[in-house]
Every structure is written in structure tokens, then in C-alpha cells.
Design a protein around this ligand. Structure first.
Ligand code: SAH
Ligand code: SF4
Ligand code: F3S
Length: 449
């Protein structure tokens, strides 16, 4: 603001939540840049601070409210600074009514993020507040500008929304009904990414297995993966998230057969007890899940299976929780995101009267993590001595003198090597597997000259 011309304004974007939001933020950046804004290096210098928020758990919302408080304070000393608030929290009416007296100038929802530049313009032209949140999505909008994060890996939406209505989850309310992008639009985007030098793509959807429903063309997710596998220039294809109730045999075979399709499936179990699964409205049993994951292990050599797990869902007894621990031991997840159940306004589980005390949830989470860490350590130690194909991401965050990359199974490996390896596929011999990290040594022979 201070030394820029009247037409150059800067924005700073704060992104919370899942990969969908990361991808949306790339689009928000593209929209703002196309409308004459530049990215500010620091929040303190920005003319416009944009929040792209997540409401999946209370803790996610709290983080946002905390930061909003800070930014509001800053705003007092910087007259003219604007705050825009979007993402999943903005889709919730009770959040929007709270925000009205919290210094927020612009509110936009997930279904109309493309309108952000116009909303900002309205406030710059004198409107006091611009609030526009659509209850429902319109047509899938293609060709929105975006500024991709730098790196070797890119996120690509294949579908939006979710129709599953798991009883604990807010996502179907914040992201609307399920709709798929047309396969030709997705493949075109993959080709462009390959042309821009990206080596890896992650196909995104809340439930990628239902890809294709509602499209004119007859296509399912397995077929889309087969098409993606043929895109020249890409080295690796990943996807998330798979719902256990509709992973097809065809999908398993496609992963097994695909050259670029990585042997990693994120297929959240959520809970190990059939009673809890039923009340979560997950649509499968523990027996189905075991059978499914056994099939994956048989047909996809070396497959890595990861999960999300929730403890303390309403009514969860100690015996139910033991069922979750038992599944963790039986399936042996390569990794798991573990959460304490968090009540979400408007969901079915909010109405359950048998909510679990915080102390019990905390204690179960601790026991679950202990169990999962043991398994992860064991799996990682089992990799010692093996040679893994690693796609090099960049300098390690914990030790910038070293490089980090990921195996096809999505294990992160830390090793020494020259910077010109970034973006390349190389062979690394695993020297030490720990609970949260794996160390390796570069092999002479690489997959690329
Ligand atoms: N569509 C994905 C997950 C989206 S949300 C899927 O179905 O797997 C990511 C994870 O957050 C979920 O898998 C679940 O484990 C967790 N989660 C969602 N709602 C939650 C809640 N109310 N409390 C605690 N964890 C929750
Ligand atoms: Fe939420 Fe269930 Fe949909 Fe995943 S599948 S986003 S957990 S409702
Ligand atoms: Fe993602 Fe959070 Fe929304 S997990 S879909 S950003 S509620």
C-alpha cells in the first residue's frame, strides 16, 4: 500500500484444511493476480488478507478464529487493510453471523470463490461489506486461472462435493453435492502439467471411487486412472480419498497394472467396531474392510495402506475402542491420521446424547497413537536394506543440508545428494527406518540419466 501505485494492491493468503483447500488457494491466487493484485511477501504488508478456512473439527475452526483476532489487531494500525474470509467455514450460517462483527469485509463461499475479485472490487468502490455465499453449487467451472505451488507434484481436482453424509462430518454441508469433472478436461490439465514439468499428480476427491456418476459419458474411476496412466511426461499418479464401501476389484487391478499409478491407497477406516461404523453411517463392516485390504495386499505387491481414525465417537465403549486397536494391529497401516471426535453443528451425530468426555477421548487417542507408532516403526525398519525408487521433492525441512523425496508407497526418505536431483526419480538404499522418518543413501544407478 505504502509505496505502490494506486492500482497495485497486494494480498496474503492463509490456507487451512485439506488438499482441496490447497488447490482452491492456487485458484484464488490466480484470480487475484489476474485482477491486478500481487502476492505480498509478508502478511503485515498486505492490503488484503484472505482466509481460506476449514471446519472439519473444532480445533481447525479455533485456529482460524485465533488468527483472525491477530489480523484484526493489525488492521487497527493499518487503515484501509481488508479481510476476506472464504472456504468451508464460510459455508456455515452460524459462522457467517459471528463474522459480521469481527472486522471481516468480504465473505465468500466454496461454491463461488471465482467471485472473490468482484467482491473485493465492490468493497474498494465503497460498499461496506460484500457477503456472497451460495447455498448450492452451479455448473463445474473450468479454465479458472491458478498459480500452482512450486515443486514436482501438483493437485488435480477430479470431483467436488460429497454425498456420503457420514454422521460426524461437515464436508457434505460445506462442499455440496457430488459432481465430477469431465474426463477430457482432467486429461487436458494433466497434459498441461506434464508440459510444465510436473512429475507427479494427485487426483483429488472426497470419494474418488464414485468418480463419473452423473456425467454424460460412461466412465468410472478405474478408467480415468487408466487414461491418466498414459499421459506422457508424468512419472507418478496418486489419488485421495478412497471410500472403503466402493473400492472395486477393477480399481485394485488398475493400481496393480498401472505403470505410473503408485502403490498407495488412503482408505479411511474411521473406526473398528461395527456398532460405531453403523452409527457413523459408513456403509461397511470391519469384516468387509479386512477382506478388502487383504485383497489389496494380495493383488498389489508392496501396497501401502493408510487410514484416518476417529476415537471417542458418541457411544464408543472401551470394547468398541479395542475393536479399533484390533483393526490397527490386523491391517497394519503404513500410516494413519488419528483424531478425537469433534461435534459439528448440523450433523446427525451432534444429536446423539451419548457424547464422550474429553479426558476419555484424549486417553484413547494416546493409546491409539502408541499402537500405530509401533507398527509404523516396525514397517519402516523392515525397509532397511531395500532399494526404493524415490521422486526427489527438495531440501529436507528438518535438515536443509539433505534432500527429501517420496517412495512410490509415499514414505518420506531423507538422504544426501546434489540439488540437481530435485524433480528426478532416483534409487535410494534405505539405511535406517524410524517412527516418523526414513533415512537412505543414494545409489549410483538412477532411473534417469
Ligand atoms: N472424504 C474423506 C475425508 C474428509 S475429512 C473420507 O471420507 O475419507 C478428513 C478426515 O477428518 C476424515 O476421514 C475423518 O477421519 C476426520 N473427520 C471428519 N469429521 C470429523 C469430526 N467431526 N471429528 C473428528 N474427525 C473428523
Ligand atoms: Fe465426510 Fe464421509 Fe464425505 Fe468423507 S465420505 S467427506 S468423511 S461425509
Ligand atoms: Fe477440507 Fe476442511 Fe473443507 S478438510 S473439505 S477444508 S472442512
Amino acid at each position: 500500500m505504502d509505496n505502490q501505485g494506486p492500482l497495485t494492491r497486494s494480498f496474503y493468503l492463509l490456507t487451512y484444511g485439506c488438499q482441496m483447500n490447497t488447490r482452491d488457494s492456487e485458484i484464488i491466487s490466480g484470480l487475484m493476480k489476474n485482477n491486478g493484485f500481487i502476492a505480498a511477501a509478508r502478511l503485515e504488508e498486505a492490503d488484503l488478507v484472505i482466509f481460506n478456512t476449514c471446519s472439519v473439527r473444532h480445533s481447525a475452526e479455533n485456529k482460524v478464529y485465533g488468527k483472525l483476532g491477530e489480523v484484526n489487531k493489525l488492521k487497527l494500525s493499518r487503515p484501509g487493510m481488508l479481510i476476506a474470509f472464504g472456504g468451508c467455514m464460510a459455508q456455515l450460517p452460524e459462522v457467517v453471523s459471528k463474522l459480521k462483527n469481527r472486522g471481516v469485509d468480504i465473505i465468500f463461499g466454496t461454491h463461488n470463490l471465482h467471485q472473490l475479485p468482484q467482491l473485493v472490487e465492490r468493497v474498494l468502490s465503497g460498499e461496506k461489506k460484500a457477503i456472497e455465499v451460495w447455498d448450492e453449487h452451479g455448473e463445474v467451472i473450468e479454465e479458472l486461472p491458478s498459480v500452482r505451488q512450486e515443486g514436482v507434484s501438483a493437485f488435480v481436482n477430479i470431483m467436488y462435493g460429497c454425498d456420503n453424509f457420514c454422521s460426524y462430518c461437515i464436508v457434505p454441508y460445506t462442499r455440496g453435492r457430488e459432481r465430477s469433472r469431465r474426463p477430457q478436461d482432467i486429461i487436458k490439465e494433466l497434459q498441461e502439467l506434464a508440459g510444465d514439468g510436473f512429475k507427479e499428480v494427485t487426483l483429488l476427491g472426497q470419494n474418488v471411487n464414485s468418480y463419473g456418476r452423473g456425467l454424460n459419458e460412461i466412465i468410472d474411476f478405474a478408467e480415468l486412472l487408466q487414461m491418466a496412466d498414459k499421459v506422457e511426461g508424468l512419472e507418478r499418479i496418486r489419488f485421495t480419498t478412497s471410500h472403503p464401501k466402493d473400492v472395486s476389484d477393477r480399481l485394485i487391478d488398475t493400481i496393480a497394472e498401472g505403470r505410473k499409478i503408485c502403490e498407495h491407497i488412503h482408505v479411511p477406516l474411521q473406526a473398528g467396531s461395527n456398532t460405531v461404523l453403523k452409527r457413523m453411517n459408513r456403509g461397511y463392516t470391519r469384516e468387509h474392510y479386512l477382506e478388502l485390504t487383504q485383497k489389496m495386499r494380495e493383488r498389489i505387491p508392496g501396497v501401502s495402506i493408510t487410514s484416518d481414525l476417529i476415537v471417542g465417537f458418541p457411544g464408543e465403549t472401551e470394547a468398541d475402542f479395542q475393536d479399533t486397536l484390533d483393526m490397527v494391529q490386523k491391517v497394519r497401516f503404513n500410516g494413519a491420521f488419528t483424531f478425537m471426535y469433534s461435534v459439528r453443528t448440523g450433523t446427525v451425530a451432534q444429536k446423539y446424547s451419548d457424547q464422550i468426555e474429553l479426558a476419555v477421548k484424549q486417553e484413547r487417542l494416546m493409546r491409539l497413537n502408541q499402537e500405530q507408532y509401533k507398527i509404523a516403526l516396525n514397517i519402516n525398519k523392515g525397509l532397511e536394506g531395500s532399494v526404493q525408487e524415490v521422486l526427489v521433492d527438495g531440501p529436507s525441512k528438518t535438515n536443509p543440508a539433505k534432500l527429501t523425496g517420496r517412495t512410490r508407497q509415499n514414505h518420506i526418505v531423507i538422504f544426501s545428494g546434489a540439488e540437481d536431483l530435485i524433480g528426478k526419480l532416483i534409487n535410494v538404499k534405505i539405511t535406517e527406518g524410524k517412527t516418523f522418518s526414513i533415512f537412505g543413501q543414494l545409489q549410483e544407478e538412477t532411473n534417469e540419466p
